[in-house]
Design a protein around this ligand. Structure first.
Ligand code: FE2
Length: 377
């Protein structure tokens, strides 16, 4: 017996849930039309698809915008008393669906259910003249769900039921955003390990990193985080929970305002973070600020980097390192009235996971904003 094959076999056995990447994110928002305009104007997304009254829907309207591999579906109700409306009433604007692109949505569903998932949508096939898409769904933390999307027999713009949305007179240029790098969930007290186990047991993810409250704390507040990744590393889900501190932490603030567990931030990748952030700022996107002193010692911490420090400092871009390389990242302020969801812009230069240093810098930056909001007490 050739034992050299064992680790590989073991890996294959563990990765029982192959996922090709993030398919789309659906946000329930109070005004899908204006949200679509915001993501186009401010973030450089393009018009992709539409579903609503004009496609025969009676209760909702969705605009789909895309940039490279990123697709956002922005959905609003058209009348009162709907599930979407209740979601918005409870949570404000937020992510409802994190859709995962798979080769077999029926297998993915059946496997997840066997391993203990809670059903959101049984496998269903939708067809139009461009082909067929199979989708199925399971619940995750809070009211958030995962939908498995199988689109190998489909050539249309987005999904059956949507028609192409074209705005020939208004198509802002891209800001260089390429794909969803990771998505972070905030969960309640002592719930992190429960959801770590869920992603491990139900979706075959492995834990690639852990930060405890000593890694991520300030004088006043703390949090804990574990990072789960699927087999090919294309899906990364850090999961945060609050930790005891003298004052209320950012995760608690999120849980209070979102009124439950949910997606805290969506990280999107770029190949040129300096250009992308300059562009986003010029379009009105507001970023968290780090003190100038961050840059006094950053190179001592992360070593040599390709970029000049001056533009990083000017724009407030953070630098961190793991075993394999470094990464550059920056965080927007929340993109809705409640201090809940925000975006991260990230450029990886070899690093495949996350460093410790920026967690703290991010944490302190959010804490300064909490102070301004009067929620740090
Ligand atoms: Fe992040």
């Amino acid at each position: 017996m050739d034992t050299s094959t064992l680790p590989k076999l073991h890996e294959n056995a563990k990765d029982f849930m192959p996922i090709n990447g993030t398919d789309y994110l659906e946000l329930y928002v109070s005004n899908s039309k204006q949200a679509a305009h915001f993501y186009k104007t401010a973030f450089g997304f393009q018009s992709l698809a539409y579903a609503g009254l004009e496609t025969g829907l009676k209760d909702r309207e969705s605009y789909v915008v895309g940039q490279d591999k990123i697709r956002l579906v922005l959905t609003s109700p058209l009348k009162s008393g709907t599930e979407i409306g209740k979601h918005i009433d409870n949570h404000g604007d937020g992510v409802k669906v994190v859709a995962l692109w798979v080769d077999d949505a029926t297998y993915a569903y059946n496997t997840a259910m066997e391993k203990g998932a809670k059903s959101y949508m049984e496998p269903r096939t939708d067809e139009d003249t461009d082909g067929a898409v199979v989708r199925s769904g399971i619940h995750t933390y809070g009211e958030t769900v995962h939908i498995f999307v199988e689109r190998k027999d489909y050539n249309g713009t987005f999904l059956p039921g949507y028609r192409k949305w074209e705005t020939p007179d208004y198509n802002p240029t891209s800001t260089g955003l390429k794909f969803v790098d990771h998505m972070v969930g905030n969960v309640g007290w002592n719930r992190m390990n429960e959801w770590v186990d869920f992603y491990s047991d139900v979706l075959g993810f492995t834990q690639i990193l852990s930060f405890d409250d000593k890694d991520i704390s300030t004088d006043f507040t703390a949090l804990m985080s574990k990072v789960m990744s699927n087999g090919n590393g294309r899906i990364k889900f850090p999961i945060n929970e609050p930790a005891e501190g003298k004052k209320k932490s950012q995760v608690e603030e999120y849980l209070d305002f979102y009124e439950g567990e949910g997606i805290q931030h969506i990280a999107v990748a770029t190949d040129d973070i300096i250009q992308t952030v300059r562009d986003l700022k010029s379009r009105g996107i507001e970023f968290l600020k780090v003190p100038d002193t961050y840059y006094d010692v950053v190179l001592d911490r992360v070593g040599k980097i390709d970029e000049d420090l001056a533009p990083l400092k000017e724009l407030g871009i953070l630098v961190d390192r793991d075993d394999e390389g470094y990464l550059l990242q920056i965080f927007t302020r929340p993109v809705e009235p409640r201090p809940t969801m925000f975006f991260e812009i990230i450029q990886r230069k070899g690093a495949q996971s996350f460093g410790k240093g920026n967690f703290k810098a991010l944490f302190e930056a959010i804490e300064r904003e909490q102070e301004l909001r009067g929620t740090l007490h």
